[in-house]
Design a protein around this ligand. Structure first.
Ligand code: UDP
Ligand code: MG
Length: 314
């Protein structure tokens, strides 16, 4: 029977968490109205995670597992699971027992109400305040401000998606945190519900505070994508033209001083500034043109569309 729900779980060195997680999932799946499958992607673990999965697939008929050849990162592992998913709805979940599978039925209810994305919100989050909760609160606020996708908890993996809005989205690098934004590009209807959260019982978090700057860079990328993915020249062109014009005016001014008033301008810092602005401006315009070529190759070469259809009538 085709599963309706695919639960995708990336796992990296989670040998202790997996067995209790799978047991809990078994109980939850029995309560679901629709048929479900669970896809665990072992992200090149160095502990017994692959062996545990091998045993578990014999025991649980709803379980499928993929063992990656090396540690590719959470985003890649999620992408693998999402690509393999057969369900109409895809639920993502962490392997570390911090998310609670018992929240899954509530996520599914929201999907049935017509939403494309239901985001879990760890309202009562059980993580250290200074190193995790505070930075994450700032990040969530900033991401909401800049992208306009206002949900409380980007970092919570427990989320549900209608397959059309998530399958085929390339989640490069560490963009798994931005999946709601990426689906928003496609016009997804997004909502959120509070979900339970537990402290990490086994193993340790794979991330530290160092991810802050990566989140900032990714946020800039999202800002750019959201507005300029199909018209990069407008972005580079605006900045480039502004700089070029400023430089041009400076040099015109200096030329007048030189030619009309016969002043010496060779020693003036302004001369250098003007020249730099012109060069930078021209460079940015060139970058914009190159980016336009790239965008065209990207869409035309891959057959991707620059729009998405929600329904076709009749
Ligand atoms: N994970 C993974 N590959 C990695 C790092 C993490 O598949 O390179 C998995 C990990 O096993 C867990 C999830 O991604 O299921 C989230 O990782 P973690 O709990 O360490 O992150 P945190 O919850 O602390 O943000
Ligand atoms: Mg975790």
């Amino acid at each position: 029977m085709e599963p309706f729900v695919s639960i995708v779980i990336p796992a990296y060195n989670e040998e202790e968490s997996l067995p209790p997680l799978l047991e809990k999932l078994d109980r939850v799946l029995n309560t679901l109205k629709q048929p479900a499958e669970v896809i665990v992607v072992d992200d090149g673990s160095r502990d017994r995670t692959p062996e545990i999965l091998r045993e578990a697939t014999k025991r649980y008929p709803w379980l499928r597992a993929f063992i990656l050849r090396r540690n590719f990162g959470q985003s890649a592992a999620l992408t693998c699971g999402i690509e393999q998913a057969r369900g109409k709805v895809i639920v993502t979940l962490d392997a570390d027992l911090q998310n609670d599978p018992e929240d899954i039925p509530r996520l599914l209810e929201k999907i049935e109400e017509g939403y494309d994305v239901v985001s879990g919100w760890r309202k009562d989050r059980k993580d250290p305040f200074l190193s995790r909760k505070l930075p994450s609160r700032i990040a969530n606020w900033l991401i909401g401000k800049i992208t306009g996708v206002k949900i409380h908890d980007y970092g919570c993996t427990l989320k549900a998606y209608r397959r059309e809005v998530i399958q085929g989205i390339p989640i490069y690098g560490e963009l798994h945190r931005f999946i709601p934004v990426l689906t928003d590009f496609r016009g997804a209807r997004i909502t959120e519900i509070p979900v339970r959260h537990h402290p990490r019982r086994f193993g340790k978090s794979k991330y530290g505070i160092s991810r802050t700057y990566r989140v900032l860079l990714d946020l800039f990328l999202m800002f750019f994508f959201q507005r300029f993915a199909t018209r990069p020249l407008h972005f580079f062109g605006l900045v480039g033209l502004t700089l070029f014009l400023a430089g041009f005016l400076i040099e015109v001014y200096l030329s007048v001083l030189k030619l009309v008033y016969h002043q010496s301008i060779g020693q003036r810092p302004l001369l250098l500034l003007g020249a730099l602005l012109i060069i930078t401006g021209v460079n940015l315009l060139g970058t914009g043109l190159l980016a336009e070529l790239l965008v065209r190759t990207y869409y035309e070469g891959s057959g991707r569309k620059i729009y998405t259809i929600r329904e076709s009538l009749p």
